[in-house]
Design a protein around this ligand. Sequence first.
Ligand SMILES: [Zn+2]
Length: 115
Amino acid sequence: MTDYNWCHNPDCHKIETQSRVRGSGDNKVLRTVKIKSYSPDSIWTYFCNNNCLHQFLNKFPREIANIRPVNKPSESPIKVEKTKEESYIYRYSNGESRRVPYISTRTTISRVDND
Ligand SMILES: [Zn+2]
């Protein structure tokens, strides 16, 4: 097994950076970036940077969506709780600030694990 991959962006070798230049004299080329692979589960084992990853995603959006089609929405059960609590705002007038109490509503969303 090899311990490296070539960047999977098909246009990686068209991006003009010093790090991609290979060859000598009049035989210079821009070459696809070689990536040392750390973990097969990391996206960075297949793409040399964010730019190449997004160029790839924008070039193959349908193919990527078809890897794991989503035909209906998913739902996560939650509990929404609204609580009232006393808070303060500051009102400025005539160069002075005054702390004015008011009742604020706090919304808390918590997960309900049914499984
Ligand atoms: Zn690349």
